[in-house]
Design a protein around this ligand. Structure first.
Ligand code: CS2
Length: 473
């Protein structure tokens, strides 16, 4: 351990040759650093230019250590830490939009990967259409220096076209169904507003493979930074940690050269949908349910929530009776085994995954995580009571306090609308929520109204624990 003036040495590059940046990643947060970058690190030859849309925090932390950071796997077998050297630069979009456009337009940029979160697509979660009155989209229509991720993609593609370059492949890695098709439509719709010929060019020459991504990555805390310092003697200002499990399923459709994904266990498929539906509904749907009901019942982490026998029983029922019957199992996958594996992953004591981290942006997550499943169940004429308890849990959570009366922040792009929807009368509150068109489509609202009012009223009166205990009756 090298110490200068009592301080641990700063993490630095190993000195091995580092790959040139051929991928631009929009939205470089802990998830992609602990997921995509670990795959790329094993594949070799593909470096990444990261882009941050809001804060300069990750860039400021990583620039002094040459964008090298540690990724620690925490699982039953202990902790395994590796240095990841694939990130070559991080650009902070609001500081220098031209630098981001230049990276997108660089001839060596072949792929643009995205983890911009659900709200980054500037679409209506219920209809999955670009929201043309979104303030960032209005801005991007009027200015050539964009603010939104779709704006950067469209302006970047426009510059490539003008320079006589081929488009880049756009690879969405967000938890949205059909994420490739979604980003394609959003880009084409925005491009059409700017220049219909540009939209045609992108449609003819672009590629938008969908992908399913999966690894549980909690937010990094100061304690994690101290832990790395204590165990390795090196100061890493922005380490990431993650569970051992990872799964990446990508559609084969790329424009040009791409990393040899299959060499490191990535599944390259023709149709990612069965994988996406399984993961979004079973993992993310359960995550959202556990997070809202868990917060109401006083559980701060996913592992604490699943250690509660009421929660575990509810979760098993949710998967077995309400979610799994809506799914077509992907090739070589047994849904019961998948559920069992999920429960083990959620219980991982090495991963402190906060329920309030998952609770963020519920209005953007509920449609694909819970409402699509409810829609399918209703079409089958089958019960949806556990799914509705999760939706009711979200509504109750957005009141800003748990069952014990402890206050919490609600972080959501529709936050004002959500807090205005709360009234003293549970039935009116539910009606107000169901009329939020960005989240609930009218057809589904009509069908679930009466039962949701009943469950939500019960949740307000009795609390989450009692509702979890009686849900099967
Ligand atoms: C979580 C996901 O924060 C959330 O909403 O449900 O980030 C989840 O941990 C990942 O999708 C796991 O792959």
């Amino acid at each position: 351990m090298s110490m200068a003036a009592g301080l641990p040495a700063r993490l630095a590059a190993s000195g091995d040759p580092r790959p040139a940046a051929r991928i631009v990643h929009l939205g470089l947060g802990a998830f992609f650093r602990a997921f995509g970058c670990t795959y790329l690190s094993e594949i070799g030859g593909w470096g990444v230019t990261g882009v941050s849309f809001r804060s300069s925090k990750v860039r400021d932390a990583l620039a002094p250590q040459d964008f090298v950071y540690t990724a620690s796997e925490r699982g039953p077998a202990g902790i395994r830490t590796q240095a990841i050297e694939v990130v070559r630069d991080i650009l902070v979009a609001p500081e220098n939009p031209q630098a981001v456009l230049a990276a997108l337009c660089a001839p060596q940029t072949e792929i643009v990967t995205l983890t911009i979160t659900e709200k980054g697509y500037c679409h209506d979660p219920a209809t999955r259409q670009l929201n043309l009155s979104h303030p960032d989209i209005l801005h991007d229509l009027a200015h050539t220096e964009p603010r939104s991720a779709p704006g950067y993609l469209v302006r970047g593609l426009a510059q490539r076209r003008a320079a006589g370059l081929a488009p880049f492949t756009v690879l969405s890695c967000d938890n949205l169904p059909n994420n490739g098709e979604l980003v394609r439509r959003i880009i084409l719709d925005l491009a059409k507003q700017i220049d219909p010929e540009l939209s045609d060019w992108i449609d003819r020459h672009g590629a938008f493979p969908s992908s399913m991504v999966d690894r549980i990555v909690p937010a990094t805390t100061d304690a994690d930074i101290r832990f790395i310092e204590k165990t390795s003697g090196v100061h890493d200002a922005a380490p990431v940690h993650h569970e051992p499990f990872r799964q990446w399923v990508i559609e084969k459709h790329f424009l040009s050269d791409r990393p040899a994904f299959e060499d490191v266990g990535v599944q390259m498929v023709d149709d990612v949908r069965p994988f996406e539906d399984m993961k979004l509904r079973m993992l993310n749907g359960a995550h959202s349910a556990l997070s809202y009901l868990g917060i109401l019942a006083g559980h701060n982490t996913v592992s604490a929530a699943v250690a509660d026998p009421l929660m575990e029983r509810y979760l098993r029922g949710l998967w077995t009776y309400e979610i799994m019957p809506t799914l077509q199992a992907p090739a070589n996958t047994n849904l019961c085994d998948y559920a069992e594996q999920l429960l083990n992953r959620f219980a991982n004591p090495g991963i402190e995954h906060r329920t309030d981290q998952i609770a963020i942006d519920g209005s953007q997550k509920i449609p694909q995580r819970l409402l699509d499943t409810i829609d399918d169940r209703l079409a089958m004429g089958r019960p949806v009571n556990r799914l509705l308890l999760a939706v009711a849990g979200w509504i109750r959570y957005t009141k800003g306090c748990n069952d014990a009366g402890d206050q919490h922040e609600v972080d959501d792009p529709l936050q004002d609308r959500l807090s205005r929807a709360h009234t003293k009368r549970p039935d009116q509150t539910v009606r107000n929520f169901l009329s939020i068109r960005e989240v609930f489509e009218p057809a589904i609202s009509r069908q679930i109204e009466a039962q949701l009012i009943e469950i939500y009223s019960g949740l307000c009166r009795k609390g989450a624990k009692k509702m979890l205990a009686q849900i099967e009756r």
